[in-house]
Design a protein around this ligand. Structure first.
Ligand code: ADP
Length: 187
């Protein structure tokens, strides 16, 4: 299953599948602040990518003590079919009144900017915060795609911004949010 819409020079692409199998310049990991691995997509990325990614994460932790919520760091991609992994930390859903929408938008925006600064033209995201962190899927999808759209219209870095959704339910939520995005004229 796929769905696509183009904004500026960038295709926003939705796929259902396993992000560790994507061939892109940058795979984004929904990490936690400790950066030393976890469950969900984080565990899958470290498992598929091998120990080199964790070794680089440890160096980042030694240097800056982890990654605050809404920010992003970059490592190599080990055995994955990508050049880099961007590790970003989405917010834990606490009901919506604790700045979660801004923090989730920052996680996406900072990941795009960091990947672009490393020359990436293609990038793949999971549904950040929408698993263990409990962010409601529909709201998470609207924020994710809104940030991607704005970035595509403002910057020319990416030919493709992909969202790789693990379940049919998350694909459906993102597909509905993609259809509902305003077009290029109305901003
Ligand atoms: P968070 O802690 O940010 O919520 P999770 O890893 O728990 O992160 O979940 C984020 C999303 O990633 C969820 O929708 C989950 O189903 C999905 N996911 C888990 N494994 C993979 C994978 N291999 N590829 C793509 N998405 C995945």
């Amino acid at each position: 299953m796929t769905a696509t819409r183009r904004f500026g020079a960038t295709d926003l692409i939705l796929k259902q599948g396993d992000i560790t199998r994507e061939a892109v310049d940058v795979i984004v990991n929904a990490a936690n602040s400790g950066l030393l691995g976890g469950g969900g997509v984080d565990g899958a990325i470290h498992h598929a990518g091998g120990p080199q990614i964790l070794a680089e994460c440890r160096q980042i932790v030694a240097r800056q003590g982890g990654c605050p919520t809404g920010e992003a760091v970059i490592t190599g991609a080990g055995r994955l079919g990508a050049r880099h992994v961007v590790h970003t930390v989405g917010p834990v859903w606490q009901g919506g009144g604790a700045g979660e929408p801004d923090l989730l938008a920052s996680a996406y925006r900072n990941s795009l900017a960091l990947a672009a600064a490393h020359g990436a033209r293609t990038i793949a995201f999971p549904a950040i915060s929408a698993g263990i962190y409990g962010y409601p899927l529909d709201r998470a999808a609207t924020i994710a795609l809104g940030v991607a759209r704005d970035f595509a219209l403002q910057e020319q870095d990416f030919t493709e911004i992909r969202f790789v959704l693990f379940s049919a339910e998350s694909f459906a939520a993102f597909a509905a949010a993609l259809r509902a995005l305003p077009g290029e004229a109305a901003r």
